[in-house]
Write a protein that binds this ligand. Structure first.
Ligand code: SF4
Length: 184
């Protein structure tokens, strides 16, 4: 199975989640948020195809990384391939963050018709959800661009059935998360 990517695996990010991270820049997004920083990732035919196997092989070589982050584009337009990659990353003990323009509730709705969304969600630790809304842009926000977007603790949310947000107060001045669970 192939993924459509906007660029090769970025292995030096410190802004797309806690700690040193590898970012998977997926290609393709139809949300068309005004002020999007990555308009070059919107086309569903640009970028290049890359196999899940090759990407997992790249991920297996990561050292010193806290986790991987799916970004784009919107990874939720390629849920099957992303679910495979996320499952593999979790098997290596990496934590998994995912940015998406869909809300969590919209993804649950989609999962009623296609269970693959659930499979992907089950292997995500933190979901940064919702479209970027220029009028709600706030540069002080942690790991997100606009105030409508949420940092969702997916495991807790799926367990309780209530959307549970990551507590930003756990993010201290040393720019590390204090709770081990965020690295699970
Ligand atoms: S969801 Fe993300 S990539 Fe897609 S248009 Fe909005 S900001 Fe851009």
């Amino acid at each position: 199975m192939n993924l459509r990517l906007a660029s090769e695996l970025q292995t030096d990010s410190i802004v797309d989640g806690p700690g040193l991270r590898a970012v998977i820049w997926t290609q393709g997004c139809s949300h068309n948020c005004k002020g999007c920083h990555n308009p070059q990732t919107h086309s569903f035919t640009d970028g290049f195809e890359y196999s899940v196997e090759e990407l997992c092989n790249d991920i297996s070589k990561l050292k010193y990384h806290a986790g991987i982050t799916f970004s784009g584009g919107d990874p939720m337009f390629q849920p099957e391939a992303c679910a495979l990659v996320a499952t593999y990353a979790k098997s290596l003990g990496l934590n998994v963050w995912c940015y998406t323009g869909f809300t969590y509730e919209e993804l649950l709705k989609l999962s009623e018709k296609n269970k693959i969304y659930l499979k992907f969600l089950e292997n995500i630790d933190i979901l940064v959800d919702g479209r970027f809304v220029l009028e709600k842009r706030n540069l002080d926000l942690l790991f997100r661009g606009s105030e409508n977007q949420r940092l969702i603790d997916v495991k807790e949310t799926m367990k309780t059935g209530e959307v549970t947000l990551l507590n930003e107060y756990e993010y201290n001045e040393e720019k590390t998360f204090e709770k081990d669970k965020l690295y699970i």
